[in-house]
Design a protein around this ligand. Structure first.
Ligand code: NAP
Length: 278
């Protein structure tokens, strides 16, 4: 049986959907199980029951400091080895992302995966097109961005989920492989053109000040977001690879359209007009 971890998350739920669409049975692991799902909280060792699982799709559980993320992944991999899992598929980060603030936790986990004694496949996911669009902000009718003229080889989350499903369905065909799953490079200028709006470039200092003034961000997030901005701006994340199109069993989504949709979704609604249209 395949198990996909983090079932309420966007990537994991899409992966489960892709497996189901291919007629491949899979079990969902999550901290908040509902019907037929299995409780799985990487922070709670007592919950880590992987009996009956042959292929584990380990969806990274980021959004925390490195020590916590690495401990989570180590605990799950230990349980996998103990409970007889034979193959682990880990959703990692593109190799070009080594300058990003969350790269270390991914590389440390890759080392744990390779040393786990299990068969493994590493999916080095590029940054989501949804993330690229979602990180753009809006001034009055102008798109604002810290990415300068840099390009991101963005990839739709659904395409990464489809590849995870393809690999999990036939893991032995992908044993020992590390795939670079990136899309075609897109820029903020192209997103703005698609939305027919002008865009304004933010310097990294201005962007940092905005992030530090945002009370909704956790302490680790401003440096993490700045590292994304600087890496895109300075063209460290624009390189391409054929792995995504080779592994996908359908054409990839249009990353520019996905990013434009995400940017558009964050656009403030126009102020309601008064009775005289003012
Ligand atoms: N490539 C990119 O652009 C990019 C962007 C953002 C994040 N990521 C990474 O990719 C992962 C999946 O992305 P996403 O878009 O699906 O994020 P998401 O929708 O925010 O999902 C977060 C995931 O983390 C899991 N999680 C958090 N704490 C956990 C714990 N203690 N034990 C087990 N699972 C835990 C959640 O599982 P449950 O709630 O179901 O337990 C959920 O699957 C993220 O967690 C992050 O590591 C990649």
């Amino acid at each position: 049986m395949i198990m996909v971890t983090g079932a309420t998350g966007q990537l994991a739920s899409l992966t489960l959907h892709e497996l189901s669409a291919r007629g491949v049975p899979a079990l969902a692991g999550t901290r908040t199980p509902i019907d037929g799902q299995r409780l799985l909280d990487f922070d709670d060792p007592a919950s880590l029951d992987l009996t009956g699982v042959s292929t584990l799709v380990l969806v990274s559980a980021g959004y925390a400091e490195d020590d916590q993320v690495i401990a989570r992944h180590a605990a799950l991999l230990g349980a996998a080895a103990r409970d007889g899992v034979t193959h682990v598929v880990y959703t990692s980060l593109t190799g070009a992302g080594d300058h990003l603030g969350f790269a270390l936790a991914h590389r440390a986990t890759e080392d744990l995966v390779r040393g786990s004694g299990l068969d493994w496949t590493i999916l080095r996911n590029g940054l989501y097109a949804e993330l690229f669009g979602g990180l753009l902000t809006w001034g009055p009718d102008v798109l604002e961005s810290p990415f300068g003229d840099g390009a991101l080889a963005a990839v739709a989350r659904a395409d990464l989920a489809a590849v995870a499903a393809v690999v999990a369905a036939q893991p032995s065909a992908h044993a020992g492989a590390t795939y670079e799953l990136v899309g075609r490079p897109i820029t903020v200028g192209e997103v703005a053109e698609r939305l027919d709006v002008p865009y304004r470039s933010l310097g990294l200092g201005e962007y940092r000040a905005r992030l530090l003034a945002d009370p909704s961000l956790l302490p680790f997030q401003p440096p993490m977001l700045l590292s994304i901005a600087s890496s895109v701006r300075h063209r460290f994340l624009s390189g391409s690879s054929e792995d995504l199109t080779r592994l996908l069993d359908r054409p990839p989504a249009d990353a520019l359209a996905v990013a434009a949709r995400a940017a558009s979704a964050g656009r403030p609604l126009a102020a309601p007009r008064g009775p005289l249209g003012a």
